[in-house]
Ligand binder design. Structure first.
Ligand SMILES: [Zn+2]
Ligand SMILES: [Zn+2]
Length: 175
């Protein structure tokens, strides 16, 4: 996922387009819920803004295998993420403009290649839904016996009550 900037490096206003796809993407972060990442398609453009600044804009389309939040069944999701990021050419950086850009989120650029890989992984993690369901009306697992209620009906459903209430019920019975 590397962009080569040699064509636009010395041309302010120069734009280079990219479009690439990876079948599977390796990730080294610790996320049990993400089983497989890919294919991931990234397309967009990088523009030389002048003054050693480059702006990347584009869209990520990613497919991933994960688990349903409620019933833990393997589920596939598709993400579409628009992103924008800036890179600063560390070679042409001068001391004066270091100050005023300090609070902006600008990534460092070393050499002619921009590796989008860490950026894309970060975008995917940031945009990862907090709860993913295999279907909108997923019934989840029985909190009592653990069966998947989408495929199995268990006997506990009727007396499926809060364990704290169960204690009360028990007390009432003994009275
Ligand atoms: Zn589910
Ligand atoms: Zn049950």
């Amino acid at each position: 996922m590397k962009l080569n900037l040699s064509g636009i490096r010395d041309t302010a206003g120069g734009i280079s387009e990219f479009d690439f796809e990876e079948r599977t993407v390796d990730f080294d972060f610790d996320r049990e819920d993400i089983k497989n990442l890919g294919p991931v398609r990234v397309k967009g453009q990088i523009e030389n803004l002048g003054g050693g600044l480059f702006q990347v804009t584009g869209q990520i389309e990613a497919t991933a295998d994960t688990l349903c939040y409620r019933c833990l069944t393997a589920t596939q999701i598709s993400l579409k993420i628009d992103f924008l990021s800036k890179f600063k050419d560390m070679v042409s950086e001068s001391k004066e403009d270091e100050e005023d850009e300090e609070d902006e989120d600008i990534l460092e650029l070393h050499g002619d290649d921009v590796d989008l890989y860490p950026l894309i992984l970060e975008e995917i993690i940031l945009n990862w839904p907090s709860q993913i369901f295999c279907k909108d009306d997923c019934k989840g697992l029985c909190p009592n016996c653990g069966v998947n209620l989408n495929t199995t009906t268990c006997k506990c459903e009727t007396n499926n009550i809060d364990p704290r209430l169960a204690v009360l019920k028990q007390l009432l019975k003994s009275d």
